[in-house]
Write a protein that binds this ligand. Structure first.
Ligand SMILES: *[C@@H]1O[C@H](CO)[C@@H](O)[C@H](O)[C@H]1NC(C)=O
Ligand SMILES: *[C@@H]1O[C@H](CO)[C@@H](O)[C@H](O)[C@H]1NC(C)=O
Ligand SMILES: *[C@@H]1O[C@H](CO)[C@@H](O)[C@H](O)[C@H]1NC(C)=O
Length: 170
């Protein structure tokens, strides 16, 4: 065998390793949404286009991204979804709209939603969420609409939330 084919196979080996690495590193936001998908029951297959093998989630239905391919909207109102929310949603740092109203979602509101500092609208009304409204939501200074009505939430509206000037709570 010649040295040329030897170095070619070294290059191929390196290229293959690099591609594997890319695949493994994946997309943090896509991974978070895929974790959400795996925690939801979706009888109407509205999440069918959420293919985790795609490079990013920007071509998935009900997901909108900005020009940097970072997720800004998740629109899943009236989708007949059940199951639970996941703490991983907290990694969607550019998310502005999280619309999950009128489903059958159970469990609690993850405190990690308080890391979504660009959130403008959080619509979780008409679900079966229980527990308290996390204090961490008080950190969402850009929040304008927070609709949590028609769930079985207990406790008070956290004081931190009353400090957000622009907020309309229903
Ligand atoms: C909630 O689930 C029930 C029973 O599975 C179903 O009849 C109802 O349409 C669902 N509600 C929503 C808003 O999806
Ligand atoms: C909602 O999902 C439930 C099962 O979880 C199903 O029985 C019901 O028919 C669905 N409703 C609609 C409007 O698709
Ligand atoms: C939402 O809650 C209000 C007040 O408890 C109730 O009157 C209304 O029927 C509920 N809406 C739905 C669609 O469940």
């Amino acid at each position: 065998m010649s040295t040329t084919s030897g170095s070619a196979s070294v290059w191929l080996f390196l290229l293959f390793g690099f591609l594997q690495l890319l695949k493994l590193s994946g997309n943090v936001e896509g991974d978070a949404l895929n974790t959400l998908k795996s925690n939801l029951v979706d009888p109407n297959n509205v999440l069918q286009s959420w293919d985790p093998t795609l490079f990013d989630p920007c071509t998935w239905f009900h997901v909108t991204c900005n020009s940097e391919n970072s997720v800004t909207r998740v629109d899943l109102g009236n989708a007949n979804l059940s199951g639970q929310l996941v703490s991983q949603l907290g990694v969607l740092s550019n998310l502005q709209y999280l619309e999950l109203f009128n489903n059958n979602i159970t469990g609690t509101i993850p405190a990690e939603l308080g890391t979504l500092t660009n959130l403008v609208s959080l619509d979780l009304y008409l679900n079966s969420l229980h527990g308290t409204i996390p204090d961490t939501l008080g950190k969402l200074e850009k929040l304008r609409d927070l609709r949590l009505n028609n769930n079985t939430l207990t406790g008070n509206i956290p004081m931190a939330l009353t400090k957000i000037q622009s907020l309309q709570v229903l």
